[in-house]
Design a protein around this ligand. Sequence first.
Ligand code: SIN
Length: 202
Amino acid sequence: MTIDTTHLNQQMTHFDGHQEIWLFGYGSLIWKADFPYLERRPAHIRGWVRRFWQGSYDHRGTPESPGRVATLVREPGATCHGMAYRITPETLGPLDVREKNGYLRVVTELHFDDAHGDVSQASQDRKASESAEGLVYLATEDNAAFLGDAPHEAIARQIAEACGASGPNRDYLLNLAASLEQLGHHDEHIVSLASHLTDEAS
Ligand code: SIN
């Protein structure tokens, strides 16, 4: 359950030689950007949904009382909104450590939200920056910390009870819910879990 993916990620060579890399964040990377970045832009990726299906045995829980954090699950036609960061390759080292509990770097096409509808700047240059190839940290169902689906009441209860080295699990969910709302996105899975979590507290 606590497989460390740091080493696997550091073997990835896809962006070798690149001076800058786009990273797509959909969970804590949206609201806890405690790493250096050159630029950030709201963005989305296609074909994925955000789910609290990944166990957290380090940041938001313990081996005795694991928390639950976000990962992505394939869903054709779906869109997952988040935040894209333009980073230098050196930033990946600390991020690999942060995401070590089951997450692997995966190459993805990301689409910038602020590129759409901007008719006044519809230049070729602007069009070229509507999307980019980048990275996303993904915890797939074959990783040892994957917990999978459960009734929302049960997920919320687990989140209410868990706490890890980075703090209470509830903060992860509520900060994510607040950030998505601020970005203007309704993610039904997150809204439902946050509402059950609030019920847990009352
Ligand atoms: C992400 O936010 O993109 C990855 C999962 C996490 O760190 O919460």
